[in-house]
Design a protein around this ligand. Structure first.
Ligand code: NDP
Length: 371
């Protein structure tokens, strides 16, 4: 309740919207009737949703869920090749691409104006040649929210970050917090989502730890985090569409268990059965190197701010809502690690059927060396 601004138009929201939660026809905040009977990806009716940042890691998990339930999904994109995999998420004509530039207000307005809900997943971990973090997280958000408010879109869901704070030593967390403020100021019913570090097939957590390159850190992998499954976050974002009581709320979506990065690194090592080299470089040395790399190299490497973030443990806001409020049971990273890492395993190993109780007691490991 602390997050609901006093001037919000949604004062009576819980009582109004719960009535429509299980109906075939729902009435949106602006009075638009939506046919929600879902026969899968070919069904008629459904919401129209715009997903900014759909070409990223998390994007596919929400576009896929929306499109397969028959919603029409508008995908603003910058790069032709980056969006191709999303086309097949929905039936013919249900995933619509619009070319967009974060500095081109007209393209943003065209992307949102026919929608019932807008998701903003746009974010960047590091400065790029044309956009710094402030441009992406604050100014970009401002342009999107202004378009949302101008066309009176029913819902706006803004994806921020865990640990977002105005006085954080990390510029990423600071600009994410500013972005939240901007969104709430312009559109008070904004639903803010703060995901924990996410894992999945295309993540930057497991893939980095399991990859063939040396892992370079500054804090001896001591940062503490609650990793969350990207599929769970996608599920939560979809639920927010169907439950208007989530408007004007802040959600922190984190996994059920906390780990230090070193613990996750050990789990990864056990799963891929390979030794990888970990190099620890003092912060004072690594930060300028990372800043220079980020400046002169045009592919994603490491940024000075990412080094800074290693020294910040994930902060959990006790006032924020969580998966529990959405009736979702988040998955622990341990239980799905094999699925995501089996591709990194040496081909010299393969798995036999699950262990018997006796073998489990004796802690025998099923590993077979072929060569
Ligand atoms: P990705 O980096 O995979 O995707 C980011 C998306 O934002 C891409 O679609 C990218 O478009 C778009 N984008 C970035 N900069 C711009 C720009 N200047 N103009 C237009 N589009 C831009 O992020 P994730 O999917 O991993 O994360 C989604 C959101 O969640 C982000 O806001 C991120 O900050 C946040 N988050 C992620 C965490 C994680 O562990 N992954 C943890 C906490 C928060 P394009 O493909 O064209 O580059």
């Amino acid at each position: 309740a602390a997050h609901i601004p006093s001037n919000t138009r949604t004062a009576n929201l819980p009582t109004i919207c719960r009535r429509y939660l299980n109906s075939d026809v729902r009435i949106t905040r602006t009075g638009k009737p939506i046919l929600t009977v879902s026969g899968g990806r070919s069904s008629l009716g459904g919401y129209t949703a715009t997903v900014f940042g759909a070409t990223g890691f998390l994007g596919r998990y929400i576009v896929n869920r929306l499109a397969r339930s028959g919603c029409t999904v508008i995908v603003p994109f910058r790069e032709e090749m980056a969006k191709r995999h999303l086309k097949v998420a929905g039936d013919l004509g249900r995933v619509i691409f619009i070319e967009m530039d974060l500095r081109n207000t007209q393209s943003i307005e065209e992307s949102v104006r026919h929608s019932d809900i807008v998701y903003n997943l746009i974010g960047r971990d590091y400065h790029t040649k044309n956009f710094d973090l402030e441009d992406v997280h604050v100014e970009g958000t401002e342009r999107i929210v202004e378009a949302v408010a101008k066309y009176d879109i029913d819902r706006f869901v803004h994806v921020s970050s865990h640990s977002a704070s105005l006085d954080s030593p990390s510029e990423f967390y600071r600009t994410k917090a500013k972005g939240e403020q901007v969104a709430r100021n312009i559109y008070p019913e904004t639903t803010i989502v703060r995901p924990a570090p996410m894992f999945g097939f295309e993540d930057r957590l497991l893939n980095k730890l399991a990859g063939p390159t040396n892992v370079i850190t500054s804090n001896w992998m001591q940062q503490y985090l609650y990793p969350v499954h990207a599929i769970d976050v996608g599920m939560a974002l979809e639920k927010m569409l169907h439950d208007d009581t989530t408007a004007a709320e802040t959600f922190e979506l984190y996994g059920p268990k906390g780990y230090t990065m070193a613990e996750i690194n050990d789990l990864v090592g056990n799963e891929i059965i390979k030794t990888r080299r970990h190099i620890n470089v003092p912060r004072g040395l690594l930060k300028p190197i990372a800043a220079a790399l980020n400046r002169f190299i045009w592919w994603p490497t490491m940024s000075a701010d990412e080094v800074e973030r290693e020294f910040i443990d994930q902060v959990i806001d006790p006032k924020a809502k969580t998966f529990k409020d959405l009736e979702i049971e988040p998955v622990d990273i341990k239980s799905v690690l094999y699925e995501y890492l089996k591709g990194y395993r040496s081909p010299s190993y393969y798995d036999l059927p699950p262990m018997t109780e006796r073998e489990k007691r004796e802690e025998k490991k099923y590993l077979h060396v072929i060569d």
